[in-house]
Structures are given as structure tokens and as C-alpha cells.
Design a protein around this ligand. Structure first.
Ligand code: ADP
Ligand code: MG
Length: 240
């Protein structure tokens, strides 16, 4: 479903991704962990071209999205992303937030986008908040709206970039619960998170990044019982 091959990313002189390769199969759930600044966000942003690699190729669903004439809009339709800072539109209602992208980007009729939007809001437990504004919601609720918004694009791939890191502790689980239920449905997911309970429960594979490289990957089991690299051990000892 996703193939990153020999990805390098430079920001000016900063070499942020160093020859990173990663393949993700359809339906697979990959959790990416690693210290701050190790390149996790940059890596997953390459999957929907929020960042363009300096070199290397990204193939999504058989399409080389790094090719000069790549259908970027089409890629964005099939790859949805949920951010740490929910990024909801403050002056739009919850339902408007959830319907905007399908209407504008995919050309879905308003009534249809609203109908499916309400289904996804129901899904995340927030149908009764459809007419509310983001500021009237808690952080956990806002993040669940952001997930409903992503789902309303009917994506094949969901990218999550530390979706619970900005939340108060008591709101983390409600968001993780939504993600866990999504994971059970067969959607392809790449999740950057430090929530090891989530990784243990959901991940088919955990990828540890450090210094712009993938240092180690394996099953959650491997990481919890038998990590190989000193840096992985050190990192895990700090977060667990
Ligand atoms: P992580 O998500 O693992 O914390 P990031 O991918 O956000 O790491 O960042 C990796 C490195 O790239 C960091 O040193 C960060 O400061 C730098 N970086 C990220 N985005 C940009 C940008 N747009 N411009 C310049 N430097 C950036
Ligand atoms: Mg990040």
C-alpha cells in the first residue's frame, strides 16, 4: 500500500531523513516511535506530500507520488492525516468541519457529505455536537471531530501524528479508543505515538526512529521484551 524507498529529506543544511525505506501493507498498522526531532513527523508527512522528499520515492497504492506529474490531489483524497493540534476551523461548526474537505476536494454533494459526516460523528460519539463550534468542545472531543473529519474523506490510509500528545491525561483514552476501533476495521494506519499500550494492542509492527533513520523495527512483543539497540532500550526506559 505504501512504499518509501531511500528517502532523504533536507531542510537547508539539516539532513532530517537519511535514506529511509519503509513498506506498509494494506491493512497494516505501523506505530512509529522515537525521540523528539528524530524525523517521525517528516517521515509520515512524506506519505501525503505535506513534505516532498529531497530524494527517494514514495509509492502509494502503486502510484509514484514523488513523480513530477503525480496526481497530488488524488493522493490527498486517499491519505488522511490527524495532527497533534487538531487543526479544526474555529469559525465553522463541527459538521461543517467534517464536510468541508469532501465537498471542496472530492466534489461530494453537500447533503451526502453531511449524511456520511453525521455517521462518522456518531462513530466517534459526537453526533449531538454537530452544531457546536470547536471552542465549545474539550480537547479530546476536538480530536475525535478531527478523526471524523479524516474518515469522511473515506481514506484508504490514515496517518496520525501524536494525536494524543496535546491532550490532558483524562482525555487520552477516549481518543485511543476511537483509534483502536478503527484499527479493527482494516484501514491502513501509520501512527506516531508514545502510547505504548496502544502500540501493544494495535500495532502489527513498531518502527523506532533515531537521528533521521529507522534504527530498529519489529513486533510490539520484540520491543517490549527484547529490543536490540542501546538507543531503543534507552528510549523505552524513559517512556515506559
Ligand atoms: P519528530 O516528529 O520526530 O519530532 P520532525 O520530523 O518534526 O521530528 O523533525 C525532524 C527535524 O527536522 C528536527 O530537527 C526539526 O527541527 C526539523 N524540521 C522539521 N520540519 C522542519 C521545517 N519545516 N523546516 C526546518 N526544519 C524542520
Ligand atoms: Mg513530530
Amino acid at each position: 500500500m505504501i512504499q518509501l524507498k531511500g528517502i532523504n529529506k533536507h531542510f537547508g543544511k539539516l539532513h532530517v531523513l537519511k535514506d529511509v525505506s519503509l513498506s506498509v501493507a494494506a491493512g497494516e498498522k505501523v506505530v512509529v516511535i522515537g525521540p523528539s526531532g528524530s524525523g517521525k513527523s517528516t517521515l509520515i508527512r512524506c506519505v501525503n506530500l505535506l513534505e516532498k522528499p529531497t530524494s527517494g520515492s514514495v509509492t502509494v497504492n502503486g502510484i509514484d507520488i514523488t513523480a513530477p506529474n503525480a496526481p497530488v490531489t488524488k493522493i490527498r483524497e486517499s491519505v488522511a492525516m490527524v495532527f497533534q493540534q487538531f487543526n479544526l476551523y474555529p469559525h465553522k461548526t463541527v459538521l461543517e468541519n467534517v464536510t468541508l474537505a469532501p465537498i471542496l476536494i472530492k466534489g461530494v454533494a453537500k447533503a451526502e457529505a453531511e449524511e456520511s459526516g453525521l455517521v462518522f460523528l456518531e462513530r466517534v460519539g459526537l453526533r449531538d455536537k454537530a452544531a457546536a463550534y470547536p471552542a465549545q468542545l474539550s480537547g479530546g472531543q476536538q480530536q475525535r471531530v478531527a478523526i471524523a473529519r479524516a474518515l469522511n474523506m473515506k481514506p484508504q490510509i490514515m496517518l496520525f501524528d501524536e494525536p494524543t500528545s496535546a491532550l490532558d491525561p483524562e482525555m487520552i483514552q477516549e481518543v485511543l479508543d476511537v483509534m483502536i476501533s478503527l484499527a479493527q476495521e482494516g484501514i491502513t494506519m501509520i501512527v506516531v505515538t508514545h502510547e505504548m499500550g496502544f502500540a501493544r494492542q494495535v500495532a502489527d509492527r513498531v518502527v523506532f526512529m533515531d537521528g533521521g533513520q529507522i534504527l530498529e523495527e519489529g513486533s510490539p512483543e520484540h520491543f517490549f521484551t527484547n529490543p536490540t539497540h542501546e538507543r531503543t532500550k534507552l528510549f523505552l526506559s524513559r517512556i515506559l
